[in-house]
Design a protein around this ligand. Structure first.
Ligand SMILES: [Zn+2]
Length: 66
């Protein structure tokens, strides 16, 4: 058997009380969650501040400034 560690970033946002199901899967060349957060923030519009990860849809900080 072979094992595979998949790094995932999950949105902490809520939709009517339900946790958002948005997730971001790291490509194999991404070797840490920190690196994945950097890419998500820089390239994909995620917010990764304050211990919460928010998908572009829940990233109100970004929406407020654009
Ligand atoms: Zn979300």
């Amino acid at each position: 058997m072979s094992g595979l560690i998949v790094r995932l970033l999950l949105c902490d946002g809520l939709d009517d009380g339900e946790v958002c199901d948005a997730e971001l899967t790291a490509t194999p060349d991404v070797t840490s969650l920190t690196q994945l957060r950097t890419i998500a923030f820089r390239d994909l519009g995620w917010s990764t501040r304050g211990g919460r990860d928010l998908c572009p849809r829940h990233n109100t900080r970004k929406a407020a400034t654009s």
